[in-house]
Design a protein around this ligand. Structure first.
Ligand SMILES: CC(C)(COP(=O)(O)OP(=O)(O)OC[C@H]1O[C@@H](n2cnc3c(N)ncnc32)[C@H](O)[C@@H]1OP(=O)(O)O)[C@@H](O)C(=O)NCCC(=O)NCCS
Length: 186
């Protein structure tokens, strides 16, 4: 498995009902999205775990990466990034981040973004997708487990002293290449 810059995650409380109704649209990142997704980063993570603007721009701009956006009524509700590379053992994909605004959680957006990351990685030819998650981030761990990820390791003191990361991974199959519809009813 390759190391990736900026690996981090953080627990965050689930909050109340969405302000939006109806269909959530999923699409790839476009020029002009950056301020809105960086605003989500600011809400979801505090320093020192928050990505700097430059790091975030580099992750998004990487040639071997895909950034998916969830939006509704022109509001960006969440986003996620996947990158891939050949570590000498075949093409492997890594998820640097997956974030949904607190008020929009438990609507299936995180799971949908995750499946789109998997599709992009599988289309690129990756046979495995993996990530680090804060060992105390129960919401994210449940999400990954529900999506078929299995724990493959643990790094003590990964994020900070006494703050461990767990490593989760999932094998990708040709079926994972299937693109999902752009609109998803929630
Ligand atoms: C983790 C996160 C992305 C989940 O997004 P989400 O849109 O709420 O997730 P979904 O609604 O798609 O949840 C899918 C499944 O994951 C599990 N899950 C998600 N959040 C959960 C929670 N707070 N408690 C228990 N299970 C949870 C459930 O199994 C859920 O299915 P269900 O709602 O049918 O029970 C979101 O909590 C978040 O943005 N957290 C802050 C950033 C972060 O920590 N990202 C992870 C980096 S590794």
């Amino acid at each position: 498995m390759t190391a990736s810059p900026g690996n981090r995650s953080q627990p965050f409380a689930t909050s109340g009902a969405s302000r939006y109704i109806g269909v959530v649209q999923y699409r790839l990142y476009q020029d002009g999205d950056f301020p809105r997704i960086y605003a989500i980063e600011n809400v979801c993570f505090n320093p020192p775990l928050r990505f700097g603007r430059q790091m975030m721009r580099e992750l998004i701009a990487g040639g071997n990466s895909a950034t998916w956006i969830a939006e509704q009524e022109n509001a960006v509700l969440g986003f996620a990034i996947v990158e891939w590379g050949d570590d000498g053992d075949g093409l492997t994909a890594y998820i640097p981040t997956l974030e949904v605004l607190p008020g929009e959680r438990r609507r299936g957006i995180g799971a949908e973004l995750l499946s789109r990351l998997e599709a992009s990685a599988a289309q690129a030819g990756a046979g495995l997708i993996w990530l680090h998650v804060d060992a105390k981030n129960e919401a994210a761990i449940r999400l990954y487990r529900a999506a078929g990820y299995e724990q493959k390791g643990r790094h003590e003191h990964y994020y900070a002293r006494y703050r461990a990361a767990e490593i989760y991974a999932k094998a990708l199959t040709p079926e994972d290449r299937q693109p999902s519809p752009d609109d998803v009813e929630t």
